[in-house]
Design a protein. Structure first.
Length: 267
């Protein structure tokens, strides 16, 4: 996804701000496993609703009820999904530590304001999506906006607006899919096996499109946490009926990209 697509997915977001956020957005979509149009649309719609089109990374306040949050007012809502309470700050910090994004799992408990930085503003929703509410991708697969809203919001706040956002994102189709090529050069150093699997899946979807079901695509992870092998070195087993030249060229290009990633991660 590029900055232009991000502005269309988030009405009211400026192009300048979209350019600042789009790399983190692509990273977040991949890490959350949102590598299909439905999943990406649900992620972007719900995050957009929670943050008013990525314009707010912090709960508006101060508010009197903040005193009732776990740990007190310092742990009010932050990130684009509004992580709240000290125990959730701690949970997110531990997740970041496990993914080699932080050296101190208690970092956000000690430094709650840091959670408002752009990088964490995107990764907070990834943690919530995959750890706190791990059913969300299945909910997205079903196109269940009320179900996703309940999981994220605890109710049905602004359900009509969330549905409208989802419909708008769906209309953008493949333009909202993550683009692994935009990830920072240190991404591979931080990536887990699941992250790499998601990248390959996204690239397969992007390159082969509707041809994808016609091929038996085999991705097999191997030596260590980051190394993987691709069956038959062609990235695909093709049926004996043959394929046209355009698809063959796309498979050749895909194979080169897979090999480049293999070299990058030391496979």
């Amino acid at each position: 996804m590029d900055a232009q697509a991000l502005t269309r997915a988030q009405p009211g977001l400026s192009m300048q701000r979209a350019k600042e956020l789009v790399t983190f957005c692509n990273d977040a979509l991949v890490r959350a496993g949102c590598t299909t149009v439905k999943r990406s649309a649900m992620f972007l719609a719900q995050i957009g609703a929670e943050s008013v089109s990525l314009n707010y990374k912090e709960e508006i306040g101060p508010q009197p009820y903040w005193a009732g949050y776990g740990g007190g007012a310092a742990y009010h809502g932050r990130t684009f999904i509004q992580i709240t309470h000290d125990y959730n700050y701690r949970g997110f910090g531990r997740w970041c530590f496990e993914h080699h994004l932080l050296s101190d799992p208690e970092f956000f408990v000690r430094n709650p304001t840091a959670l408002g930085d752009d990088r964490w503003a995107w990764l907070g929703p990834v943690w919530y999506w995959t750890v706190s509410r791990p059913q969300l991708n299945l909910t997205a697969d079903a196109g269940d906006v009320p179900g996703a809203t309940l999981a994220i919001n605890g109710g049905f706040n602004n359900l009509e607006g969330r549905q409208a956002r989802y419909n708008a994102c769906m209309s953008l189709n493949r333009a909202i899919l993550p683009t692994p090529a935009t990830l920072g050069k240190d991404w591979f150093d931080m990536a887990t096996k699941a992250d790499l699997d998601a990248v390959i899946t996204a690239r397969l979807n992007e390159r082969l499109g509707w041809w994808l079901p016609r091929f038996a695509l085999l991705l097999r992870f191997g030596r260590g946490n980051k190394a993987f092998g691709v069956a038959n070195s062609g990235a695909a087993l093709i049926d004996n009926r043959g394929i046209d030249g355009d698809v063959e060229r796309r498979i050749d290009a895909l194979t080169k990209e897979v090999e480049a990633i293999r070299k990058k991660v030391g496979a």
